[in-house]
Each structure stands twice: as structure tokens, then as C-alpha cells.
Design a binder for this molecule. Structure first.
Ligand code: PRP
Length: 213
């Protein structure tokens, strides 16, 4: 009988390369993915794996809709979009944090709404709702650090990894919101109908990740 194929959405970029290395070390090798070309889908029938590269923020969409059985994406994406997927494993990599940052001389003027620029409006809204602070959100798609410098916002809510981007743009981390890391996620129907193959995969990845820590 042919091996059950597992479709894996990998986040394009630095994190994705590390994730692929872990999957391959765990036995899910795929020689064709290392060829120099612009293809986005690669498979290996022998190991029962089909990989495809997608934008990191799109991984959860592919998995939620079943175009991928499993995938790896940041907890930030799961918190922001709350996709209907199973979160099966903390990969212990891609570690960073979601934080509020502002100019060094920032003082919160509580007499008016705080203007917050971010790529993560839901995370920002939840955070300030819990604090009871009224805000106006400006949704941006990148280069968020520029917003307070140009007076577009009072603060930003963004990912901080090394802190270098903040430092080099004269901003300071002001409050931490939540720690982030990469998570292994699965489509709910795939988890049911490809249960053995998906659990075998996640168990192998888990023991590899645990042994590395
Ligand atoms: C994130 C984030 C910061 C930067 C933080 O951007 O938005 O700009 O990384 O990293 P650091 O603390 O190590 O400097 P990312 O590289 O994901 O690019 P994007 O804004 O285009 O999504």
C-alpha cells in the first residue's frame, strides 16, 4: 500500500530552513527541495512527505483550510488570527516576544486614547482591553518602528527578537506582552483521517526537538 502523504506548509525564510532541517533529521528527507530552482512544492514518496514554501503569515491559512495537513508557524500568528487548527507542539525555536515599544522620552498621556501602530491589531486590542486603556489602532504591514518616530503613533506593538531594530531606531521596549515561539499545527480533519501518519510525524519531531534542548 502506498504511504500516506503528509502535506507540510513550511514558512519561507530563515525559520523555515531550520524547520526543514529538523524534519529531515527526523527522517522526512526530500532531496528535491535542495535543488536550486524556484519551485515551491517538493515531494518524496518514499518518506511520504510533500513540502511547500508559503509566506510565514499564510501557513495557518493553508492548514486551517486543509490545503496542508500540518505546518509550522509563529505563536504570534495563532494569537492574532485564532485559526481553527490543533496546536500540537512547541518547536522551541523562533523564540521572540511581542512587546510594546516607544520613543525613549515617551510618557503616556491618559487624558486621550493611546495611538498604537501594529501588524497585530487583535493582540494589541486584547492587551489594552485587559489593561482598561483606550486605544486607537493604526494597522500597518511592516517597518512599524518608523511610526512613533514620524509621529504617526505613540507606541508600537511588534515582535522583538534581538532588540536590534528598536535600538537602531532609537526606540525602547516598554512592556512585554507575550513570549512567542514556533508551533507545529495540524488541520483538524487531517488529524482525524491521517491520525497515524500525523502522530508519527509529530512524535518524531518532538523527540528530536526535546533531545536538542
Ligand atoms: C520583525 C519585527 C521587527 C524585527 C525585530 O520583523 O517586525 O522589525 O523583526 O527583530 P530584532 O529585535 O531582532 O531586531 P521581520 O523581520 O519579521 O519583518 P517584517 O516586519 O517584514 O515582517
Amino acid at each position: 500500500m502506498a504511504k500516506t502523504m503528509i502535506n507540510v506548509a513550511l514558512p519561507k525564510g530563515r525559520l523555515g530552513e531550520k524547520v526543514l532541517a529538523i524534519f529531515e533529521s527526523a527522517g522526512y528527507t526530500c532531496p528535491s527541495i535542495h535543488e536550486q530552482n524556484r519551485r515551491l512544492i517538493f515531494e518524496n514518496e518514499e518518506t511520504g512527505i510533500r513540502y511547500f514554501w508559503v509566506k510565514p503569515s499564510d501557513v495557518a491559512i493553508y492548514v486551517e483550510r486543509g490545503a496542508a495537513d500540518v505546518g509550522v508557524c509563529g505563536k504570534d500568528i495563532l494569537l492574532e488570527y485564532s485559526p481553527e487548527v490543533y496546536e500540537l507542539l512547541d518547536m522551541g525555536m523562533g523564540k521572540c516576544r511581542m512587546a510594546v515599544a516607544a520613543k525613549k522620552d515617551f510618557r503616556d498621556n491618559t487624558a486621550r486614547s493611546l495611538i498604537v501602530a501594529t501588524k497585530f491589531p487583535n493582540i494589541a486590542r486584547d492587551y489594552y482591553l485587559k489593561k482598561g486603556r483606550e486605544i486607537d489602532i493604526i494597522k500597518l504591514n511592516g517597518s512599524i518602528e518608523i511610526a512613533p518616530i514620524l509621529g504617526l503613533s505613540d507606541v508600537i506593538v511588534d515582535i522583538v527578537e534581538t532588540g536590534k531594530t528598536l535600538l537602531e531606531n532609537d526606540l525602547c521596549p516598554y512592556e512585554d506582552i507575550v513570549n512567542i515561539s514556533a508551533r507545529f499545527i495540524a488541520n483538524k480533519a487531517s488529524y482525524k483521517f491521517k491520525y497515524e501518519a500525523v502522530t508519527e510525524l509529530v512524535n518524531k519531531i518532538a523527540s528530536y526537538v526535546e533531545n536538542k534542548e
